[in-house]
Every structure is written in structure tokens, then in C-alpha cells.
Design a protein around this ligand. Structure first.
Ligand SMILES: Nc1nc2c(ncn2[C@@H]2O[C@H](COP(=O)(O)OP(=O)(O)OP(=O)(O)O)[C@@H](O)[C@H]2O)c(=O)[nH]1
Length: 329
């Protein structure tokens, strides 16, 4: 077999593995959201108010977000009128196409790395959303890509946060820069940047505290962290990612709004998508926040953090519809 053929095959089997990961991770959303819609389109014989109401209910139940749902339904009504559609099943591909369009803006953006030298990535988000796990998974991925990675234990506030990051460091085989609990996180960042520079590190992944109950302090702390980082590396942090827990649904959206743009966020990580039937939250987040989803968490294993790819996401959700369409054709 030629080198190029082998390369092509290995690339396509890798793509298939990622699609399968998305499919597995989105199984709950599929059965609660897509399968219910599927059932509605088959069961209802005509497009009337009851049909629209039920469709609305399913989408809102999957956390697509009220505004987005209203827009989608209005769009469908207009299409029904224009094309004189009578059979609900004819609406199915139109709706799936519209959902795809809503998500499509988020084309693979990937992470922004420094043009040369050290890349600094900051992680923010409230406790328990999976920040530490995300940092660990990403450190693992970057290390396996051959990058030299260092972690900064900037959550000096929550008991156990430093140890938890250290555990991930050991698991993945990367060092952690820390100070004692209660110390100034900006000082930890300073130390970490110095260490990263002197050790020739490629990427520094920084954990931060997430105590939203004291928002003013949290914002001040984050600003100080930014100041210290910028003083050392003017175009850093290269990414500031807000980590959100998908199982919190609309509350995750509220959290993102609380952090707002004051914290100079550059993107989002949506964890625990595998643990929710309300994966429609991705659509709501896409519509309501002006931030790209950079990664999604599809499970607890090391390789369950995947770069968000709208195409893969939509394919994983709509595979059944797509194949049903193909069968019909
Ligand atoms: N199923 C699933 N579980 C996840 C995912 N990401 C994180 N978790 C789990 O969520 C729990 C909380 O994650 P942690 O990283 O420990 O979060 P934390 O340390 O409590 O809080 P922060 O680090 O402050 O965000 C852990 O049990 C993780 O294994 C995911 O994508 N899918």
C-alpha cells in the first residue's frame, strides 16, 4: 500500500474515531432531544398549533433557549406558508438544516499559540465545573503532541485544589508550580512564568479560583493575574477560557454572563456534555454569547476532551435523520 493511501486511511479512521466519540458522548441528548423530535414528526399528521407547541416544548426542554426556539419556530412557520407544506415530515430536514446553520459559525478555531516562545492559557470558572480535569486532559493531549507543558496552581483559595492539580500533574507527567494554600495567585503566576521561561516550556496552563459568591474579589484577583502575566509576556494570556458545566443548562449561560467580558475571555470549554440530555445548550450558548466553544468534555477519560467541531457535533446528533434521508433518496 502506498504511503499516501496509508496516510489517507489513518486520517479517515482518526476522523471516524472522533465522530464516534461525539456520538457516544451525545447519546443522552440524542435520545431525549433528537429522537423525541423524530417521533413528533412521524406521529403528527398535520402541522397545526399543537404540533408547533410540542416542538417548542421539546426544544426548550433540551435547553436550546427560549429566544432561539422562538426564532426557529417563526422560521418554520414562514417556510410552511411559503412552500405550502402540509406533511410534518417535510419539516424535519428543514429544521435540522436550520440547527446546523445556527451552530456552523463555530468553525474549527483551535487554540491561539504564541508566535514564538511561551504560550499562556488561563482557565476560569466556578468550582466543580471541571476546570482541573480539563487542564489535566489538555496537558495530556499537548504532551502527547510533543509539547513541553507546565501547570500553575492558581486556585490557592479552595481547599484541595492545589493537591488535585498535582495529582493530575503526576498522572500526566508534567510539573506543577505552586505555593501554599491562601497565597496570592498572582505571585504563583509570576513564579510559574519564570519557571516556564527558564525550563523552555511551550505551554503554561493556569488554574484559577472560582468563588463566584465573592464576585468583586474574584474579578480583582483575575485582573491582578492578567497584569502580572502581561508584564512578563505582553501578548499573554494567549487564551482565557471560561469552563462551563453543560449539565447546569441555562444556569451555565447565566454564569457566563456573570463573568462577562470584563475578564477578557477568548473562548469556552463546555464540560460534561455526556452527562446531560440537554445538549441543546450548545445552540443557546452559540446564540447568546459572543465566544467560540473551543473544547467539549464528552466523558471522564483523558482523551474525552475534544476540540469543538460543529460539523462533528451536528453529524453525531443528526446521523439518524441524515441516513433516513439518504434511504428515502
Ligand atoms: N462525565 C464527565 N465528567 C467530567 C467531565 N469533565 C469533568 N468531569 C468530572 O467532573 C468532576 C468535577 O471536575 P473537577 O475538575 O474535579 O472540578 P473541580 O476540581 O471540582 O472544580 P474546578 O477544578 O474548580 O472546576 C470530576 O468528577 C470530573 O471527573 C466530562 O466532560 N464528562
Amino acid at each position: 500500500m502506498s504511503f499516501f493511501k496509508r496516510l489517507r486511511e489513518s486520517i479517515s479512521s482518526k476522523a471516524e474515531a472522533v465522530t464516534n466519540k461525539f456520538k457516544e458522548g451525545l447519546a443522552k441528548t440524542r435520545s431525549a432531544f433528537i429522537d423525541r423530535m423524530d417521533d413528533l414528526f412521524r406521529r403528527r399528521k398535520k402541522i397545526d398549533e399543537e404540533f408547533y407547541e410540542e416542538l417548542e416544548e421539546i426544544m426548550i426542554g433540551a435547553d436550546v433557549g427560549v429566544n432561539t426556539v422562538m426564532e426557529l419556530i417563526d422560521g418554520l412557520r414562514a417556510e410552511v406558508k411559503k412552500r405550502r407544506i402540509e406533511d410534518p415530515q417535510e419539516l424535519q430536514p428543514i429544521l435540522s438544516e436550520r440547527l446546523i446553520e445556527l451552530l456552523r459559525g463555530d468553525e474549527k478555531v483551535g487554540l491561539r499559540y504564541a508566535d514564538s516562545g511561551l504560550t499562556v492559557i488561563l482557565f476560569v470558572g466556578v468550582n466543580g465545573v471541571g476546570k482541573t480535569t480539563t487542564i489535566g486532559k489538555l496537558a495530556h493531549q499537548m504532551k502527547s503532541e510533543g509539547k513541553k507543558v507546565l501547570l500553575a496552581a492558581g486556585d490557592t483559595f479552595r481547599a484541595g485544589a492545589i493537591e488535585q492539580l498535582e495529582m493530575w500533574g503526576q498522572r500526566v507527567g508534567v510539573d506543577v508550580i505552586k505555593q501554599s494554600a491562601g497565597s496570592d495567585p498572582a505571585a504563583v503566576m509570576y513564579d510559574a512564568i519564570q519557571a516556564a521561561k527558564s525550563r523552555g516550556v511551550d505551554v503554561l496552563l493556569c488554574d484559577t479560583a472560582g468563588r463566584l459568591q465573592n464576585k468583586v474579589n474574584l474579578m480583582e484577583e483575575l485582573h491582578k493575574i492578567y497584569r502580572v502575566i502581561r508584564r512578563e509576556i505582553p501578548d499573554a494570556p494567549h487564551e482565557a477560557l471560561l469552563v462551563l458545566d453543560a449539565t447546569m443548562g441555562q444556569n451555565a449561560l447565566q454564569q457566563a454572563k456573570l463573568f462577562g467580558d470584563k475578564t477578557g475571555l477568548t473562548g469556552l470549554v463546555l464540560t460534561k456534555l455526556d452527562g446531560t440530555a440537554k445538549g441543546g445548550i450548545v445552540v443557546a450558548i452559540r446564540q447568546e454569547l459572543d465566544l467560540p466553544v473551543k473544547f467539549v468534555g464528552l466523558g471522564e477519560k483523558m482523551d474525552d476532551l475534544q476540540p469543538f467541531d460543529s460539523e462533528q457535533f451536528v453529524n453525531a446528533l443528526f446521523t439518524k435523520w441524515a441516513s433516513a434521508e439518504a434511504e428515502k433518496a
